[in-house]
Structures are given as structure tokens and as C-alpha cells.
Ligand binder design. Structure first.
Ligand code: PEP
Ligand code: MN
Length: 337
């Protein structure tokens, strides 16, 4: 961190400020120019409140030179994080695919979809049991029964399960019934929930918030990691922009940006990003081409009758075609699927 002082700052005022800063266990280097004095702070400045410094009488400007996230930062962890889930890993050479319906609806539905996506090479089965719907009148999910049905599909196919948690009081059940706990876009900044997820070591799939910046998203990952859980997988799912044609705007540039800033794996969800089934395959191909570690795709055996997000769900046949084309793209960039 660098602090530029106002030209009239007296030596006594500067000494007092330095003493205050040193209480936070950082050392301070003084650079005295002909007009200005600059203070360079050395050490872990994470706990220093930059806003408080900025209101100090003699401070002209205070700037961080490092990102505020430490554990998620590639600078302090140059090797890529590889997250183990059952027999699979996320973030390695192999690209993962998480496929399944928006919501678990019936045993027949989830078991059929699980079998079909498994046949096409899916790595994980997704399915919402608790649904964060925009309207309280829309289908809210089957709740705990949905998690039970997901486990029946898991027993039948061997696919590990991804499902979304809505609040910390569901954690015991999710620990038992789910392999990867999803934090949805709407909960990305539910810091109480993130702190609780920091206390466990099950993998967390952290979706990007509806209008979260990359730094805000990584700070949410930091919340989980600061609590002790390093198993965080990021998921780009589109952000809100002025464009109304698509449900959201898929920010594929987030993939190389995250790779530059962080060691955490990143996957892309083209279903919620576009909101239209006919865009999903091309955007999924784009995601793998730009370096994503995987995709999350909504697949339904009867999209027209789906209880949620049918308009953006692809059929099991389309998923099979998609996987075939992803194999070619993965090969072209030195990865496999
Ligand atoms: C979902 O994956 O079912 C979901 C609700 O996604 P998001 O949180 O990205 O809207
Ligand atoms: Mn959905």
C-alpha cells in the first residue's frame, strides 16, 4: 500500500500516523520528495482500513498496489488448484461437464437424465432441489425430497452430485447428500453463508453474482478460503448488462481474467448466461476454447414440460452432440474431456 501525504503535513503529524500504522504489524518506508512525502507500507496490509486512512487530515491519497484477495491470488499460489471430487478432479488437464435439469422433478425424470448424460460422458449430475426463483409463485423445488431423488440417480449412475444451497441451516443435509455445494448467483455475497462454507472442506461451486465484478467475485471466494476451505470452483454464468435479448451477457473474458488473477478452477454455465437453448452449444464450445476448466449445462428429457428453465435446457441428444464437439476443441488446445 502507498500513502501520498499532503504537502503541509508536519514531521510530527507524519510520525504520529506512522506509529498508528505500525500497530498493525506493517513497516513503513518514508520517501521524502521536494514537495511531497510518500509512505510505502510493507507487510500484510489486509487488515488496514484504507477508507479510514483516506479521511486522515494529512493524507492526500491511499492506494493498494496488490489485490485485496490473498488466498485466491495466483501471486501467492502459483500452481493451479486441483479440486478432487470422488474419482474426478476439477482444474486438471481434463475438462469436466456438469449436466442435468434446472430442477429435480420426479424420480423417473432425474434417473433418465442422469443415465443419458452419463452415456455421453458427463462428469457430474446437477439438479436443483431448493430453487431461488425470482417469483414466489414459481416452482420452488422439491426440497429435501429432491436431494433424495438425486441420490437415487447417483446410486444408479455413479455420478457425483451438484446442488444449490440456499441457507446455512441446510448445511448438515448438504454435507451428507451433495458432493459439490453450489452457491447461486443470488447468494454470492451472502457473507454469513460463505463463512459457514469456509468451515467445511467439501468443494464449493461459487457462481458469479448477477452484477458482480471479478474482484467482488474473488473476494467472495476469499471469504470461503479465509475460513479454511480451499476447495472453491468458480462459475461464470453471465452478468446483467443493458442487453435484453439474452437473459444475461456471457462474459467469456472472465475466463482468461480469472486465470491471470487466481489459481482457482473456473467453469462456465452457458444455460443461465444466455437463457436460450439454441445458444447453449455454441457458447459452451466458446467457453472451452477460451480455457474454461469445464461447463455446467441444463439438460432436460422434455424441455417443453420442464418445471423451471425449460427454454434454456438442451435435450440429452443435443448434449451428446455437444460433448462430441467439445472433445475436438479440447484436443485442439491440448486438453481432454
Ligand atoms: C442454477 O444453476 O440453477 C441457478 C439458479 O443458477 P444461477 O444462480 O446462476 O442463476
Ligand atoms: Mn436453472
Amino acid at each position: 500500500m502507498v500513502i501520498v501525504l499532503k504537502p503541509y503535513a508536519s514531521k510530527m503529524q507524519i510520525d504520529t500516523l506512522i506509529k498508528e500504522i505500525e500497530k498493525e504489524n506493517v513497516s513503513v518506508q518514508r520517501i521524502i520528495g521536494s514537495n511531497l512525502t510518500i509512505l510505502g507500507l510493507i507487510g500484510d496490509t489486509a487488515s488496514i482500513d484504507i477508507d479510514k486512512l483516506a479521511v486522515n487530515d494529512i493524507v492526500h491519497k491511499a492506494m493498494r498496489i496488490q489485490e485485496p484477495f490473498k488466498r485466491a491470488n495466483i501471486m501467492f499460489h502459483p500452481e493451479k488448484s486441483i479440486i478432487k471430487v470422488g474419482d474426478n478432479v476439477i482444474g486438471g488437464e481434463k475438462i469436466v461437464s456438469i449436466a442435468g435439469p434446472c430442477s429435480v422433478e420426479t424420480e423417473e425424470q432425474i434417473v433418465e437424465i442422469a443415465n443419458r448424460v452419463k452415456e455421453s460422458g458427463a462428469t457430474f449430475l446437477r439438479g436443483g432441489a431448493f430453487k431461488p426463483r425470482s417469483s414466489p409463485y414459481s416452482f420452488q423445488g422439491l426440497g429435501y425430497n429432491g436431494l433424495k431423488l438425486l441420490n437415487i440417480a447417483k446410486e444408479e449412475t455413479g455420478l457425483n452430485i451438484v446442488s444449490e444451497i440456499l441457507s446455512a441451516n441446510m448445511l448438515d443435509t448438504f454435507m451428507e447428500k451433495v458432493d459439490i455445494i453450489q452457491v447461486g448467483a443470488r447468494n454470492m455475497q451472502n457473507f454469513v453463508l460463505l463463512k459457514e462454507l469456509g468451515k467445511i472442506n467439501k468443494p464449493i461451486l461459487l457462481k458469479r453474482g448477477l452484477s458482480a465484478t471479478i474482484e467482488e467475485w474473488l473476494m467472495s471466494a476469499e471469504y470461503i478460503m479465509a475460513g479454511g476451505n480451499q476447495n472453491v470452483i468458480l462459475c461464470e454464468r453471465g452478468i446483467r448488462t443493458f442487453e435484453k435479448y439474452t437473459r444475461n451477457t456471457l462474459d467469456l473474458s472472465a475466463v482468461p481474467a480469472i486465470k491471470k488473477l487466481s489459481h482457482l478452477p473456473i467453469i462456465v454455465d452457458p444455460s443461465h448466461a444466455t437463457g436460450m437453448w439454441w445458444m447453449v452449444e455454441s457458447m459452451a464450445r466458446g467457453a472451452i476454447a477460451v480455457g474454461a476448466d469445464g461447463i455446467m449445462v441444463e439438460v432436460h428429457n422434455n424441455p417443453e414440460k420442464a418445471l423451471s428453465d425449460g427454454q434454456q435446457s438442451i435435450t440429452p441428444d443435443a448434449f451428446s452432440n455437444l460433448m462430441n464437439s467439445l472433445r475436438i476443441i479440447a484436443g485442439a488446445i491440448g486438453r481432454e474431456i
